[in-house]
Design a protein around this ligand. Structure first.
Ligand code: SF4
Length: 311
């Protein structure tokens, strides 16, 4: 709309200039400019109507090509499309669960995909590995409560470490005393609790920061405060599982890249052929079916597969 506005202003200025030219030239130019201005005004009107609709949508997005497609925020490109969530079994590289969503944020999908995968595999116990894009405390807690052991590396977003100061990992929590021990060996004691974005957080700090020799490497404020989510122990337990099994992330890479690479080489790495969420889901389900079918054929051979299908 801004661009149209400035184009209209540019044409209006050109119209004034045309007025000062020879009448025959001026008239021809003026007609052309009036046509351009009318077309831009019509476009502006159209955009204003879309703006009204846009403001009525909950996520402030409208896709004119496919009404269900949405901007995929986590992909870093703002690409408008769909988010295909998939869970693979690490042993056979079969796709055990998949879901097509138009929610561009992976962080909200971990527990629902892990539960789908467990149901599809018909197992009680499940370990699930995901990349750091899925790191979210509430989702890790939901998996823990469902009895699923997840492995998700932390997102390294600490402003303090980016600025060269101690990060949260430099503060060691002691469950028995409910205190943190800081790099200077001081105790950060519990001060108060609050609720932020629906999460209950406990705050800790020491009273000795002002005189601390390490203060410059720790905080620019009068004291360093550390927050702890009420379910932080679940995240810490996951981190220690991950520390003890560093091969997990390699397994994730090997497991996921194989089927995705195969699917993309079959379907082309560009776009779905259908539109709307239901149709795109159907299209994806056909890809998954074809992939799993060929994979099982490769693993079992046609005789065993036919026998299994008949049984
Ligand atoms: S500034 Fe405070 S929290 Fe940081 S190291 Fe010193 S005493 Fe510990």
């Amino acid at each position: 709309m801004e661009e149209i506005e400035s184009s209209i202003n540019r044409y209006l200025t050109a119209l004034d200039t045309a007025d000062r030219q020879e009448p025959s030239v001026a008239q021809a130019k003026a007609e052309r400019l009036h046509d351009k201005i009318s077309a831009l005004k019509a476009k502006m009107q159209e955009l204003k109507q879309i703006e009204v609709q846009l403001n009525e949508t909950p996520d402030k997005q409208i896709s004119l090509t496919d009404p269900d497609a949405r901007s995929m925020k986590t992909r870093g490109t703002g690409m408008v499309g769909y988010n295909v969530q998939t869970a693979f079994d690490a042993k056979h590289h079969l796709i055990v669960a998949y879901e097509v969503t138009n929610n561009g944020v992976d962080r909200d999908q971990l527990s629902s995909m892990a539960k789908h995968a467990r149901e599809a595999m018909g197992v009680e116990e499940l370990s699930a590995v995901a990349d750091r894009g899925y790191f979210k405390g509430e989702e890790i807690l939901a998996c823990h409560e469902a009895g699923i052991a997840v492995f998700v590396p932390k997102i390294l977003t600490s402003g303090a470490t980016a600025a060269g100061r101690f990060g949260k990992d430099d503060f060691i929590y002691d469950t028995s005393t409910n205190e943190y021990r800081c790099p200077a060996g001081q105790s950060l004691i519990w001060r108060y609790s609050s609720v932020e974005k629906g999460l209950k957080l406990h705050r800790y700090w020491s009273s000795n920061c002002r005189n601390c020799a390490l203060k410059e490497r720790c905080t620019p404020s009068s004291e360093r405060r550390v927050s702890r989510w009420e379910h932080e122990s679940v995240v810490e337990a996951m981190q220690s599982r991950l520390d003890q099994a560093p091969e997990m992330m390699r397994i994730r890479r090997q497991t996921v890249e194989h089927p995705f690479g195969t699917l993309k080489s079959w379907m082309g790495a560009t776009h779905f052929l259908t539109r709307t969420l239901t149709r795109v889901s159907t299209e994806m389900s056909l890809h998954v079916l074809a992939y799993n079918f060929k994979r099982v054929l490769r693993l079992l051979g046609s005789d065993a597969l036919m026998a299994a299908m008949k049984a």
